[in-house]
Design a protein around this ligand. Structure first.
Ligand SMILES: C[S@@+](CC[C@H](N)C(=O)[O-])C[C@H]1O[C@@H](n2cnc3c(N)ncnc32)[C@H](O)[C@@H]1O
Length: 396
């Protein structure tokens, strides 16, 4: 039985402006990302400053970043190397002056020794002008894993591809015309460029990255620093102290919905990761039974990490299933988990998603299987949350 909280949880975050939030949030688009307003509501209500707030499937890092913005300690984890870089950059950012100085140093090193112009006949050559590609190859070879370079990698991942402007100088992105949310296939790009008569522009990676850094830091860095991990969720207790987490806000992978590797092949190329390898390791391609077993293990792990009275919020979308009516996957998960868990179900809130925001809309809904309702499952370790503070204020 659901033990509803009073007052009940309602998706009030949907009434808040789309542009609300810290400038770090939109650093790089990520498929199936949720808006920062959603974790903000739960962070304000179910945690206090200084508490540890975890997202074990952090994606672009929305929950842990918002936690750091709100004076909590944001803990991120995601097995996808792209998600890890984005999350780590945001929860453990450098000083703006340090990262700009490092970028200037890289630009000078490139000027001294740019290397020869690359061959553009391969897959990646379909995306960039040869001079832009030469700069990217230089950076790819020289960037390290330290704090400054991780932030530079994440910043470049965010501007690597997107809308093209013929003038070039007012363009934010480095590629030929392409969606920012996901990578088109090389064959599709070449066809599209030919059909539209597009011209590749020599866009300067150092200059565009410097401008982007200024925008990202326009409100400074978040007041607290967090941590990021790149682990399988089922091993997290080896990295995160059990009974140390006040709040989890997360959206797990759904059911055969997104190929994070393939649809991010350009960003993964820049990070030096084979996209097929990413799709092989992530848990986003299970059939229903395997998915429910995965979620049972995941929720068992989260129960272990939560403090008594801690809250776990999971956003799970309905999915199309066997050509029947959409499956309420969140309910299926709860039915599979309840007998094995001491967590209590506090609420299961329906959150209809506007059609244009649906992940699978980009394929005109023919290839994806996510449907138009998210369910927000709110679980508690114990009878009631140890922290439940209202009202949630929406200033700033
Ligand atoms: C729905 S997305 C999360 C998006 C995130 N809420 C955001 O706002 O960006 C699910 C994430 O689960 C990650 N994932 C899949 N299997 C995993 C596993 N076994 N352990 C950790 N992360 C995993 C994927 O890489 C993906 O980023």
């Amino acid at each position: 039985m659901i033990m509803k909280l009073q007052p009940p949880i309602q998706p009030v975050w949907k009434q808040v402006s789309k542009n609300w939030g810290h400038p770090f949030h939109p650093m790089c688009s990520y498929m199936a990302m949720f808006p920062p307003q959603l974790p903000y509501y739960f962070i304000q209500r179910f945690s206090r400053p200084g508490d540890r707030v975890l997202d074990p499937f952090s994606g672009r890092g929305t929950t842990p970043t918002q936690a750091c913005v709100d004076g909590r300690i944001g803990i991120a984890n995601d097995l996808n190397p792209l998600a890890y870089i984005l999350s780590r950059a945001k929860v453990d950012p450098p000083e703006e002056t340090d990262v700009q100085a490092r970028l200037a140093q890289l630009a000078a090193a490139y000027r001294d020794n740019p290397g020869s112009l690359p061959d553009t006949t391969g897959d990646i050559g379909a995306v960039f002008h040869a001079q832009t590609l030469r700069q990217l190859l230089f950076l790819k070879g020289i960037l390290t894993n330290d704090r400054n370079d991780t932030f530079i990698k994440a910043t470049i991942a965010g501007i690597l591809h997107g809308k093209y402007r013929r003038s070039g100088s007012d363009s934010i992105y480095l590629s030929i015309d392409m969606p920012n949310t996901f990578s088109m296939s090389p064959a599709y790009i070449r066809r599209y460029v030919k059909e539209k008569g597009l011209v590749y522009l020599a866009l300067d990676v150092f200059e565009k990255t410097g401008r982007r850094l200024q925008r990202l830091f326009r409100r400074g860095a978040p007041p607290t620093r967090g941590q990021a991990f790149q682990q399988d969720v089922r091993q997290l207790h080896q990295w995160v102290q059990p009974e140390s987490i006040r709040l989890v806000v997360s959206s797990p992978p759904y059911l055969k919905v997104i190929k994070y590797g393939l649809y991010n092949w350009i960003r993964l190329w820049f990070l030096g990761v084979a996209h097929k390898e990413v799709d092989r390791t992530l848990d986003d391609a299970h059939a229903l039974d395997a998915y429910l077993a995965f979620m049972q293990e995941t929720i068992g792990q989260l129960e272990r990490l939560l403090v008594p009275g801690g809250v776990c919020v999971l956003v799970i979308g309905d999915v199309a299933h066997n050509n029947q009516a959409p499956l309420n996957l969140a309910l299926e998960v709860w039915e599979a988990v309840r007998a094995h868990s001491n967590l209590r179900l506090l609420d299961l809130v329906a959150d209809p998603i506007a059609d244009h925001r649906k992940v699978t809309k980009i394929w005109n809904n023919t290839r994806g299987r996510a449907t138009a309702t998210d369910r927000i499952m709110v679980l508690c370790k114990g009878d009631r949350p140890a922290v439940d503070q209202l009202p949630v204020q929406w200033d700033s």
